[in-house]
Design a protein around this ligand. Sequence first.
Ligand code: FNR
Length: 426
Amino acid sequence: QGLIYRAGVLGHRPAVPTDFAELERRAAATMSPTAWAYVAGGAGEGATMRANRAAFERVRIVPRLLPGNAQRDLSTELLGRRLPAPVLLAPVGAAGLVHRDSDLMIGSAAAELGLPYILSNQGCSPMEEVAAAMGSAPRWFQLYWSTDEPLVDSLLARAAASGAEAVVVTLDTTMLGWRPQDLNLGSLPFSQGIGIAQYTSDPRFQEVVRDRIAAKEAATHAGAAAGAPRDDVKVTVGALRSLLSISREHPGDLRANLRSPTPRASVEAFLDIYSNPGLTWEQLATLRERTDLPFLVKGVLHPDDARRAVQAGASGVVVSNHGGRQVDGAVASLDALPAVRAAVGPDLAVILDSGVRTGSDVVKAIALGADAVAIGRPYIYGLALGGRDGVRDVLANIVAELDLTMGLSGVGSVAQIGPGLLETPS
Ligand code: FNR
């Protein structure tokens, strides 16, 4: 990691900016307006996005001198696997807005670094193809709990078969948040068929859609007999048919537009399948019998929810507000972290995301109780600027800065990062 720093000092210009502000500026200038709105945008007024950063800025490290560590050990054990650094790639759906082969590039970059890639359920290449691009490198699968239980099972089985080492169940997005940037442009990636590759490549998805068409048609006949209006049902059946044709003709093709005469209805039909706003903790607990993989619950901000996740059989939690994209006004994830760690005890895996931008942020999150962090938007900006290598370089820079910050703060290993390294709040 010292190499990156030395190269910079010696006048080698890096491929991607080494600070987030410049990375973001350059990415904004490169990305299409719809991609930018979707990736950079947050919920509502952006209060939680700002709170995420403010929390990191409020917490301060008190560096210690001369610990005698010429080398630092950044490696960390997570769910029984040793990682080169306490950093994961957060699941980012619809990254195909930025680059057609987004997930393959991201997977390949993650594999080069040995950092786990949490592939999104809203991914843009079938998970089997991402797995092939990653070889034996660590990867996890992120699940959105569908309204169709057999589809949940199918996705879990595919994840296990394609070498995922854990499942991350995201519970903060049973519905999409209020995202003005997307709403104002009238753009949602799904309406372009982007971010549905895990579904269209799934045999069960085709069955679900067929079943729902049959159910709607049965309702039409029943409704016709009772003299009910048929227009809504026609629209829905048309929309479902277009979903079915995409999944048959273009399995996994992210550019297969939802080309129905009723695109809005197609998106709605898709959203009706992808996630379940009525999901309960009891349903979540069934996961334990449905997969051998360990699972983590993502989106935890309240200590009681962390406890319920453990009761449901979770091996870990991801403390996250989805990068400020779901509940505007939600607490900063870093502020929620200490109570969550206290609730689950020292042994459970706790990952933090939302607003992590620098190596110094990683130190702060670990000091406050996280085992590791996940990074979202920064690596997508790397993808926009430099493709696969851009993803790698953004992450490598964060890891390099983590190494320097640890060394300069008097810490020799990740295990040595604790609350004692932080200023005590006055
Ligand atoms: C996300 N996130 C997300 N989370 C998830 O569980 N499944 C998903 O499909 C997505 N999709 C997604 C798309 C985009 C464009 C973004 C920016 C984020 C949330 C993500 O996993 C993570 O929680 C946040 O990105 C972390 O915050 P930062 O690092 O972006 O501030």
